[in-house]
Design a protein around this ligand. Sequence first.
Ligand SMILES: [Zn+2]
Length: 307
Amino acid sequence: MRKQYPRKVIMGIDVGGTKIAAALVSSGKLFTKIYTSKTPHGKKILKVVDSFYKQFSGKYLISGIGISTAGMVSDDGRIVGSTGNIPGWQGIKVKETLQKKYRLPIVVENDANSAAYAEYHIGSAKGANPLLMITLGTGVGGGVVVNGRLVRGAHFAGGEIGHIKLGYTKQRWCTCSRYDCFEAYASGNGLLALIRHYFPDRYKNISTRKLFEFAKSKNKNQILAVRAVEDWHYFIALGICNLVQVIDPEKVILSGGLSQEVNINLLRKQLGTLLLPALSKNAIIQKSVLGNDAGLIGAALLASQSL
Ligand SMILES: [Zn+2]
């Protein structure tokens, strides 16, 4: 088969807790459709990467590989932490292994950081400086871009915003085995805790999706559902307030599945009561336009920088 040679086509891979997504990316745009595969444990993930590589390289010339992954990633592309949902992944030298195998530029980056990088280059916050991105989903993550560069931190934990503390009451247990983290309040699990609080007798039958439905339409549960949703917004506002007071971002981007349920006007109103007036006036909060593809595209963009 004759190969096609578009310039700088990068294989972007997103390693998530349940699935691995892969596509070719050129100049920050998807060049192929996204293919997915179930996430196996540990080193077997690299076999999935290889099957995608073989699939794409049969048809296209791949110039580099960008891997966006759950967990913390060291500067030399090793998985160093926070990978409870992918057993055996921690400790794997992803960059070194892939570089030896393919002899291509390889970039490995935390998924929320990759997504923030994509938002900065081609998304809702193009050129925003600094940029703060917050992902709201099963957990809470984020990324910070300053002067076009990701804040990776001295110990690779830059942007791990899900574990800033929102309280001192020891009421909410977090997935990190500590109390009162932002994630324990603002994530899907945080919403479930609010459902338990407001509907103690029926919480097992009320999903987060149902809660939002109750809050939006006239029904006997509406008043309590609206309170729960408002509390959730307030928790998000508290987290954003703490981060904005430190970073003073030009834009705050909300991404992740639950961001679709955020009422930006309500959030701004609540944030207005928390932030210093000078900051509240300027805080621009928007939803991501890239959605779930942001991590994969961001990792590919990072890899294309190293060509
Ligand atoms: Zn935590």
